[in-house]
Design a protein around this ligand. Structure first.
Ligand code: DAH
Length: 369
């Protein structure tokens, strides 16, 4: 910067002329007024009041003026700068207030809104249903056994007295797997778990075996190529049909309520002799065959009974095939559809609702089964 110059005429220093100073001040004030928010005001402050602003630069020129000119120039620039900083300060207050107000509106918290709206999942009725069934038997001292869904043909059929030429093999529409010479099937029932248990344990045996089974059925309201069964097997000394009946009556009552017992109808299964179909007292009409209005009960179609599964005294040929001494031991077995059981229990009309994974269905039953 140049030193004092006594010949200096302030009028000739253009940045210090009144007109220039006023113009710089007016431009600054106009920009300040136009600043719409604090961010913009910050930029305006730096442009019009910062080190490189026209008024700051003009201020620096004052030192170069002759002493007699400095006072007047200093006042002129000082007034202009004062006006700018006042305008800045005022605008700052206004914009801060606006900002605060906006924040209050934008960040409003409605403390009355519920906080627990996270949807809660629920366990599938098939899972909880299978557990409930297992619990009923575990409470009687039984154990739960499981087997693979891809099963040896021998265990699914032969061990259960369903030899290669047995006509009953065609009773179950089987999914065979490739290559055929490995003789593996998708198990058509949970009965092979009986064979597996007898082959690996010594009697007494009391097991329930819930699980998935497969058959080449159409997928409709009452059929599915994949469904669930629960198998029961008791092997001990002196086991009779009476034990079987008592066990199934208890199972039915626990599942469907007091007074819901079973009846047996003669039937045929290769793995049991004698064999029976198990029916359940209709839990809707409780065997009366009519509903509350006196019309035919729709659940059992007026029968008073509902088909539930199959059962019987384990065929001694099965005991022998699985290494159990059939002279010393006898046993009973039964098999029920879990899906069917749950359909009865919850009044479901379409089997497919159990398999379609609609979360509304699952949550409707919650975990309470
Ligand atoms: N496995 C038979 C089926 O899927 C059901 C069954 C019947 C199982 C009688 C048994 C039984 O254990 O004794 O149709």
């Amino acid at each position: 910067m140049s030193g004092p110059n006594t010949d200096y005429d302030p009028v000739e220093v253009s940045s210090l002329q009144q007109g220039e100073i006023d113009a710089a001040r007016d431009a600054a004030i106009a920009a300040i007024e136009a600043a719409a928010d604090l961010e913009q005001l910050k930029a305006v402050r730096s442009a019009h009041a910062g080190d490189r602003s026209p008024l700051a630069l003009a201020n620096r020129e004052i030192g170069a003026l002759p002493p007699q000119a400095r006072k007047e120039a200093g006042q002129r620039v000082g007034q202009a700068r004062g006006a700018v900083s006042k305008a800045l300060a005022e605008r700052q207050v206004v914009l801060e207030a606006e900002h605060e107000e906006r924040m209050l509106v934008e960040e409003t918290v409605d403390v009355t809104l519920p906080t627990d709206r996270r949807p809660e999942g629920a366990r599938h009725p098939l899972t909880t249903g299978a557990e409930l069934i297992a619990d009923i038997f575990v409470a009687m001292g039984w154990e739960v056994a499981e087997g693979p869904v891809i099963e040896a043909e021998w265990l699914n059929f032969d061990a259960l007295n369903l030899g290669p030429d047995h006509p009953a093999r065609t009773m179950q529409d089987t999914f065979w797997t490739e290559p055929a010479d490995r003789h593996l099937v998708l198990r058509t029932h949970t009965s092979p778990v009986q064979a597996r248990t007898m082959l690996t344990r010594r009697p007494p045996i009391y097991v329930v075996c819930p699980g998935r089974v497969f058959r080449t059925d159409e997928y409709d309201a009452t059929h599915s190529p994949m469904f669930h069964q629960v198998e029961g097997l008791a092997i001990d000394e002196g086991i009779s049909m009476a034990h079987l009946k008592g066990t199934l009556d208890h199972f039915a009552t626990q599942m469907f309520g007091e007074g819901i017992t079973t009846r047996f109808r003669p039937s045929y299964f290769p793995f049991t002799e004698p064999s029976a179909e198990v029916d359940l007292v209709c839990f809707v009409c409780r065997g009366s065959q009519v509903d509350e209005d006196g019309d035919t009960c729709r659940t059992c179609r007026g029968e008073g009974w509902i088909e539930w599964g199959g059962c019987g005294i384990v065929n001694p040929r099965v005991l022998r095939a699985c290494g159990v001494d059939s002279e010393r031991y006898s046993g009973f077995a039964f098999g029920m559809g879990i899906d069917r059981t749950l359909m009865f229990r919850h009044g479901l009309e379409d089997l497919r609702t159990l398999f379609e994974g609609d979360v509304r269905f699952t949550t409707a039953f919650g975990s309470d089964l």
